[in-house]
Design a protein around this ligand. Structure first.
Ligand SMILES: [Zn+2]
Length: 263
């Protein structure tokens, strides 16, 4: 891991004002890198020693949490192969939560897939959420927040992770079709097509990339595209998605598609 793991700090600026950090959070949305980044950044911020800059990334606590080694960040997840967080695990959290932290001022419990707690387990957990020991902090993660009791949800500040693959619309689907026409003709036609992409705004570019990924997979399934070619196109589109996350400008992305796929 490196400092880019704290990139969520920029994407969720309002959350990371230390004076505003709350006792418990519920992180909703699809599991994936963005969600883990937000959870890890939040946990690091809760135990960072720097105060206003948390997570600073340089203090002893931040360094340990970046390496996944901080003893006061405790991960709770369904046992391997199980689709449930059993009530015994919840009871362990309750008794562990009253014990003072090892090194930091706080102790953070990350409950992965919290929506997999059955009602009895959630009710057992609720008592801790309602009257948390002063040093305890909780980060719940759920793909399906509706699976949690309202009483649990209402105790947490809910944050939704922005999905990596945005919805596509008619315009982006049409653009993806044009992309394949241009790809087939190659050369100048493809260059001209990617030039028109430079005029898209960020959201439209993200939708175009998502629609093109879908279209590539469709064409491969229908046998219209060899899997080797599809793989090459997908790799380029994936690279585009990655660059978009780091705010690379749209013109550069369009240029990249052109450079990588011409010839
Ligand atoms: Zn720090």
């Amino acid at each position: 891991m490196d400092l880019s793991d704290f990139k969520a700090k920029d994407a969720y600026k309002a959350v990371f004002t230390p004076s505003r950090l709350l006792h418990s959070y519920l992180i909703c949305g699809e599991d994936g890198e963005d969600k883990s980044a937000l959870i890890n950044t939040l946990a690091a911020a809760m135990i960072c020693e720097s105060g206003e800059k948390a997570p600073c990334g340089v203090c002893r606590s931040c360094k340990k949490s970046l390496r996944g080694l901080h003893p006061d960040i405790i991960h709770v997840a369904p046992p391997e192969g199980k689709r449930e967080i059993p009530i015994d695990m919840v009871r362990d959290v309750r008794s562990e939560a009253v014990v003072l932290p090892n090194e930091a001022d706080r102790k953070v419990f990350i409950i992965e897939q919290a929506d997999l707690m059955k009602e009895a387990a959630q009710n057992a957990f609720l008592k801790t959420l309602e009257e948390p020991p002063r040093h305890a902090r909780f980060i719940l993660s759920a793909e399906n927040p509706a699976g949690l009791l309202d009483t649990v949800r209402s105790r947490c500040a809910e944050l939704r992770v922005r999905t990596e693959n945005p919805e596509t619309d008619v315009f982006s689907k049409e653009l993806a079709q044009n992309f394949f026409t241009a790809l087939r003709q190659g050369g100048l036609v493809l260059a001209e097509f990617t030039y028109t992409l430079e005029k898209l705004d960020r959201d439209k570019m993200l939708m175009f990339i998502a629609a093109s990924k879908e279209e590539t997979l469709n064409r491969m399934k229908k046998g219209k595209l060899k899997s080797q070619t599809a793989g090459k196109i997908l790799a380029v589109l994936e690279k585009c998605s990655e660059h978009m996350k780091f705010n690379v400008n749209v013109g550069h992305i369009a240029g990249m598609i052109c450079a990588e796929l011409i010839g």
